[in-house]
Design a protein around this ligand. Sequence first.
Ligand code: NAD
Ligand code: LMR
Length: 331
Amino acid sequence: MSTSTMNVTVTGAGGQIGYALLFRIASGDLLGPTTPVNLTLLEIPSGRKAAEGTVLELQDCAFPLLRSVTVTEDPVRAFDGANIALLVGSKPRAVGMERVALLESNGRIFGPAGAALNAGAASDVRVLVVGNPVNTNALVASAFAPDIPVDRFTAMTRLDHNRGVAQLAVRLQIPVAEIDGLTIWGNHSASQYPDVFHATAGGRPVSELVGEDWLAGEFIPRVANRGYEIIQARGASSVASAANAVIDHVHDWVNGTGDRWTSAGIMSDGSYGVPAGIVSSFPVRSVDGRWQIVPDLAINAFSRARIDASVAELLDERDAIRALGLLPAGR
Ligand code: NAD
Ligand code: LMR
């Protein structure tokens, strides 16, 4: 693990996820117990005071790894030298909304964020988009950052992945650590496809332990609609579990996954019939600091139809932001 100080930028740091996330970054959960951190918090004017209040609390924790905290409203300053950029700042959906309803208003945030990253982020920057709709916002940010390799831009589907693992563990009555090989495919939306056909539970194939009726009737809709279930229960969208998924995603990206795999929204290279140039969730391993798509998985007809449906939605979202003029000319 690194002992060099890392620059971590969090946008929307004065919001709910920001509050749940910052203390875990500062305590070492994100990058490990030997990596000091400079935190930069980007906010808009209405969120600035909340961010500044959180800075007071961060100081009061006397975290040994926290070297500095800066609050700014200037995206270029916020991303200058950033090694890790967590793009949270954006509106959450409310009861009764689908995430795609945020496409236009939130989409407008991610072009300027991409341009500001392009202007001065560190050459090894890793970007995680948390603001919804994540896949398409990551596409927008990347499109405005032509000098940053596209594999540095990711969209968060780790929360969906964790939700799927937890549901399987409950159903099969085994510890979560014994589940491996689950995949979230496609969009972080109700069309996402949580695929268990390569998953194992304690070394046994999950598909032999659960029936297709449970998969189609309970597991898939439960995982795909969990965000909505939480909004209905809390009156607000997920916060601590979302922050936890940010920690898991970045920690694995930086430190590697070993033989296990997880799910992340990454730029498609055309694998598994997902058209190149859209950000889709895939089964991934982190090897030498880069996400790699798990190769050569057999995709059955049940899975194919569901992956294709979610990918079709991603293509529609891309066409919609293109029509709104939120992608650079020619993209
Ligand atoms: P929130 O409203 O509590 O906080 C958002 C913060 O972003 C606010 O403080 C606001 O001032 C700030 N903000 C708005 N525009 C900004 C901009 N242009 N630059 C910088 N900051 C800006 O919302 P939240 O609960 O923290 O959720 C944030 C986002 O995360 C939402 O889009 C939500 O849907 C999404 N989310 C994603 C997942 C996932 O699994 N991918 C999970 C939970 C929430
Ligand atoms: C989630 O999955 O919990 C988040 O994307 C928030 C939401 O709008 O569902």
